[in-house]
Ligand binder design. Structure first.
Ligand SMILES: Nc1ncnc2c1ncn2[C@@H]1O[C@H](COP(=O)(O)OP(=O)(O)OP(=O)(O)O)[C@@H](O)[C@H]1O
Ligand SMILES: [Mg+2]
Length: 230
């Protein structure tokens, strides 16, 4: 059974480990099944800090994160990461080709039951507007936008339940931006049982397209935008 709340943050907090300055003030937040949340806010306000905290990528300095209503034990973290996928703002790629990068997760223990589907990956690349030989390109030769596309495909092919998208289209041209938005739409449509996303964007027009619920981050605090009842 799928709990209605996929993620629930209770008083989640992060501090700068060196100066103890607040990076994320105590934050309550719920991501319900099928929800599309969009977060905007100035540079340095804590959007990435929040997403990384929700992905359990950094140690928390307070609060609790519930996944399907339960806290995540250490041994459940690989399973959690498989369900709740964070797409980094600055993609980290391994050496080799794009295909090597797309194959990489399948070499990890958490994905041992899955097999790389080259045709499926090529289809995603085409849908993202990449040409025939994209999978054969060297990762070190990729443009910033192409690296973002690669990182997103690497996650999408694994069919996570929650996508935490940290400015996934920041270095892309408008056509590719639309193609990426369509890819994420396809991911939603492929399983209507409850997939949900949080999309961080600086572009208000994109925020309107990709989010139903809009939140703002300001100086480490997550709020509903002014004039918004939500
Ligand atoms: N591990 C860390 N240690 C210390 N400070 C950090 C750490 N991670 C982030 N910060 C600081 O927290 C603040 C918020 O950073 P964050 O990356 O979340 O901003 P952002 O809202 O995502 O900005 P942008 O829109 O530029 O991506 C910044 O001042 C940053 O320097
Ligand atoms: Mg950021």
């Amino acid at each position: 059974m799928i709990a209605a709340n996929l993620l629930e943050a209770r008083a989640l907090a992060r501090r700068d480990p060196r100066t103890a300055a607040t990076l994320l003030a105590e934050t309550d937040f719920v991501l319900a099944a099928s929800e599309r949340v969009v977060i905007t806010g100035p540079s340095g306000s804590g959007k990435s800090v929040l997403l990384r905290a929700l992905a359990l990528l950094d140690p928390l300095d307070g609060g609790q994160l519930l996944w399907h209503g339960r806290s995540v034990e250490r041994r459940a973290i690989p399973r959690f990461r498989r369900s709740v996928a964070y797409v980094r703002q600055r993609p980290a790629l391994v050496e080799g080709t794009v295909e090597d990068n797309l194959r990489y997760p399948y070499s990890l223990r958490a994905y041992r039951d899955l097999r790389f589907d080259r045709d499926g990956a090529a289809r995603l690349a085409r849908a993202a507007g990449r040409g025939e030989h994209f999978l054969d390109k060297r990762a070190s030769d990729l443009s910033g936008g192409e690296a973002q596309v690669t990182a997103l495909i690497r996650v999408l092919q694994l069919a996570p339940e929650v996508l935490l998208l940290d400015e996934p289209t920041a270095s892309l041209d408008p056509d590719t931006v639309r193609a990426i938005e369509a890819l994420v739409d396809d991911w939603f449509i492929a399983d209507r049982s409850g997939r949900a996303s949080i999309w961080v964007s600086h572009d208000p027009a994109q925020a309107a397209r990709v989010g139903q619920r809009h939140l703002q981050m300001r100086a480490g605090r997550l709020t509903a935008p002014e004039g918004d009842a939500a």
